[in-house]
Design a protein around this ligand. Structure first.
Ligand SMILES: Cc1cc2nc3c(=O)[nH]c(=O)nc-3n(C[C@H](O)[C@H](O)[C@H](O)COP(=O)(O)OP(=O)(O)OC[C@H]3O[C@@H](n4cnc5c(N)ncnc54)[C@H](O)[C@@H]3O)c2cc1C
Length: 381
């Protein structure tokens, strides 16, 4: 691993990192093969993570969170990436952020403490079979009926979908309004909820241990006070406000993965021999690794700048879009080169670099595709 001290890593954050690293090594790493086979983490992994303080690390303590900053959240993401563990605690935080930003005091006190403890797993359900990038095109509808909304429709590609007891869903509450003004966010408590159905785990090329599902809503009744923000029609604006946070979390994982790829490939190149010498003794290997290490370092410096600015409340959405696009493209370039430097072993799932190759690919797709990021950047020019 390239030794680099991030400016945002205070003593408190460093201590937190040590604890998180030990927890992941002890509690998560030994179960990775089973998680991958069952396509989801064990249910009790969530409560263990909650007890250890890995969940909602940057949510205020009064709501059960860790009371930290985004630095603490970044540490959790980096340590998961460095250990090669798929665990979508970031989605838990993202759902919590919507509740924190737009929830009433009652909603915050009802949902955030059990989410921090891991007894309640959250999912964010925006994408549908017919609408991903174009969120204005969603078709899931919530019709008001007395004190309830009646929800019909479906969502796809939902991370934490199978384990989720709480789904923050984007729905149409007004079919006559412009698409931007017709969308609302409604929080759905899914346990024993009539009409709510979870599809089987979707077969993915990577992130095998991550729980990704379709969700179906057939006349699902949700109390009207589960609307986020108190007024219908604010959902699209709320998503646009919160998506940059999600994009920053993806950028954090991307840089950690790029650094890990360089580290494990360097170790492999020192150990593996061909033509009577170590792979690292070939100039091409050294040069390729030098290029990858340099690109990873550039990424780290840019990311650290973004994290510092985010903690200070000064990170613009535009820079976040740049970070999400460039750092995930860079991650994929580096990981692909590192697969090549591993030779045939780089194609074997037993080797971490092979899994990183399939796992990292989605970083360019979710949380807003990199093409959408370029649209955001391009439109601002
Ligand atoms: C593993 C995984 C986990 C996910 N988790 C979640 C989740 O938890 N919650 C959730 O709501 N969603 C989730 N998603 C969905 C994800 O956010 C979408 O897949 C993504 O936003 C892209 O939408 P789409 O798949 O419909 O592709 P499309 O929108 O159909 O895009 C297809 C292609 O067209 C390009 N394109 C589309 N519009 C434009 C444009 N205006 N300009 C230029 N190019 C364009 C895209 O960049 C892409 O290359 C997940 C997806 C995956 C694969």
């Amino acid at each position: 691993m390239i030794d680099h001290q991030s400016s945002w890593a205070t003593d408190d954050v460093r201590m937190f990192r040590t604890m998180v690293r030990q927890f992941i090594q002890r509690e998560f790493l030994p179960h990775q093969a089973r998680w991958r086979q069952q396509h989801r983490p064990d249910g009790d992994a969530w409560t263990a993570a909650g007890r250890a303080g890995l969940l909602l690390a940057d949510v205020p303590e009064e709501y059960g969170g860790g009371g930290g900053t985004f630095a603490h959240e970044a540490v959790v993401l980096e340590e998961l990436a460095r250990a090669g563990v798929d665990f979508a605690s970031s989605i838990q935080t993202i759902v919590a952020r919507y509740i924190l930003a737009y929830g009433t005091e009652h909603q915050k006190r009802r949902w955030l403490p059990p989410m921090a403890a891991g007894g309640l797993v959250g999912a964010i359900a925006m994408s549908e079979p017919g609408a991903g990038s174009d969120l204005q095109g969603i078709k899931t509808i919530a019709r008001r009926d007395g004190d309830h909304y009646v929800i019909n429709g479906s969502k796809t590609f939902i991370t934490n979908g199978c384990n989720a007891g709480l789904v923050c869903a984007a729905v149409k509450t007004d079919m006559t309004a412009t698409p931007m003004r017709g969308i609302s966010l409604i929080v759905i408590e899914t346990t024993k909820l009539p009409g709510y159905q979870v599809g089987g785990s979707l077969e993915k090329v990577g992130l095998q241990a991550q729980d990704t599902c379709e969700l179906f809503f057939d006349d699902v009744r949700v109390p009207v006070d589960h609307l986020l923000g108190g007024v219908e029609g604010r959902g699209f604006a709320q998503m646009m406000e919160q998506l940059p946070y999600e994009r920053l979390t993806v950028a954090v994982s991307a840089v950690a993965n790029a650094e890990r790829a360089v580290a494990i490939t360097t170790a492999h190149a020192k150990e593996r021999r061909a033509f009577g010498k170590s792979l690292i003794d070939f100039q091409n290997t050294r040069f390729k690794l030098a290029e990858c290490a340099t690109e990873a370092r550039i990424g780290r410096v840019f990311l650290d700048h973004c994290i510092e600015r985010f903690i200070a409340g000064e990170l613009e959405d535009l820079t976040t879009a740049m970070a999400k696009y460039w750092l995930t493209d860079s991650e994929c370039r580096i990981v692909d080169e590192c697969v090549q430097l591993h030779g045939g072993y780089g194609y074997m799932t037993e080797y971490p670099i092979a899994r990183m190759w399939t796992d990292s690919r989605v970083h360019r797709i979710y949380a807003g595709t990199n093409e959408i990021m370029k649209e955001v950047i391009g439109l601002s020019l």
